[in-house]
Structure formats: C-alpha cells, structure tokens
Design a protein around this ligand. Sequence first.
Ligand code: ADP
Length: 261
Amino acid sequence: MIEFINVEKTYANKVRALQNVNFKVEQGEFVAIIGLSGAGKSTLIRCINRMHDITSGELIVDHIDVSSLRGKAVRQYRRRIGMVFQSFNLVTRSSVLKNVLVSLVPDLPVWRKISGIFSREHKLLALKALDQVGILDKAYVRVDQLSGGQQQRVALARTLAQNPDIILADEPIASLDPITSKQVMDDFKHINETMNITVLLNIHHVEIALEYADRIIGVRAGEIVFDGKATLVDDEVLQHIYGSKMEEALQTEEGALLHVR
Ligand code: ADP
C-alpha cells in the first residue's frame, strides 16, 4: 500500500530530514512512528500526502508514484488520504456538522460551496462519520463549545467522511490530557479495525504508541533505526531510538518516568 524506497528529503535550507528510508506498510496496518523531536517523523508523514516533496528515491502509494503527480491528480490523490493534526484545524465558530461537511466540499458545485447548502446525502454521510466517533449528539453544537478531545474527534470524523484508505496523524494527542488521549486513540483503533483503514501516526507518548500500534517505526536523525512489532520494543530498542536522551523523551508531562516494558 505505502512503500518508501531509498527516500531522502532535504529541505531548501539544506537540512537533511530523511535519508535511506525504506519500509512498506500494508493496507489495514496500525503504525506508530516514534523518535525525538526533530528526528524527521513529521516530514515522513507529510511526504506521504505530498505536503512535502521527496528529494530522491521513490514513494509508491497504492501503485502510484507520488512524486509524479501534478495539479488535479495531486488533489484527487489527497482525497484518499485523511490527515489529522495536533491542532485539529477546525473552524471553531462553525457547527460540528459544518466542519465535517467541509471535507465533502471538493465534490460540490461552486454555488453550493458559496451558499453553504449541503445535500441530504452529504449530511447523512457527515452524520454517519460523527456517529462513528461517538459524537453524533454534538452535530449542531459550535466547535468552540467542545473539549479538546471532542474537537479531535470532529477532526477524525471530517477525515472519515472523506472515506479515506489511509489516515495520517501528526501528533494527534499532543495537546490532550491522558484520559482524552486514550479516548481518541480508541477511536483510531476502532476505525482501523472495523474499517480496515491504514493508520500511520506520529506520537511522542511511547507508552501509548506501544499500547495501541501493532507496529513501531523508530526514527533517529532522519533514518529508520527500528521497524518491528510493538511487542518487540524493549529498553534496548528505546535506547537505540532515543540515545542518551531516552529518559528525557520518556518523561511524561507530570514528570513521572513512564514504565517501559
Ligand atoms: P519531528 O516531526 O520528528 O519533530 P521534523 O520532520 O519536523 O521532525 O523535522 C526534521 C528536521 O527537518 C528538523 O531538523 C527540522 O528542523 C527540519 N525541518 C522540518 N520542517 C522544515 C522546513 N519546512 N524547512 C526546513 N527544515 C525543516
């Protein structure tokens, strides 16, 4: 489904964010990408939906050479990939339902986009997506009246309404408290298991990554230094990924050192 072949990404400022990146993800996998801040996790995720272009190598997604896409083809390609951000990226003064309907806008004629009139079919799709993440009752509430966790669920519903094959998430729980984080991760897991949608997420909470993901990809200074089952991640692997900063990396916001299997 997703294949990186010798991928390198060097930014215009000459920072080499990725090098020698090789891995393959099959449809339906749940993968967490871990590593220190600045390791290249975000770059890796963002190359997949062409928010960034790779510098060399090949990136193949569902038989498509992602670098070769131009113009309209990029937009069509992106529609198949849902993206969830740490900051939710919602229009907070609009209703939950409208925020989800926006993901369907590219399919609407221009007069509909302007008038904000959405079809019954689209409304049903949006409501179904809200139901899938357990916030159907919030459909007509303004987003700024929701908690952070609920807002992230709206973002997830907006992505789901797009009917994606892949969901990419860039630190989706970084600004949430531990309990809400788990609820959001439960949503990801549920979507992954019941809809067979591939989930790839960056996360700096190691313990949560190990609890939810089937597979862990460890990135260090732009290179993949571990790729394997979450059950195989032990202290030695974490040391390899985080190096001398391991203790710092595993420190929770409350200051307690996380228990590592
Ligand atoms: P992570 O997600 O693991 O924190 P990033 O992928 O954001 O890491 O960053 C990897 C490296 O690339 C860092 O050195 C960062 O400063 C650099 N970088 C990220 N985005 C850009 C950009 N748009 N332009 C230049 N350098 C960037």
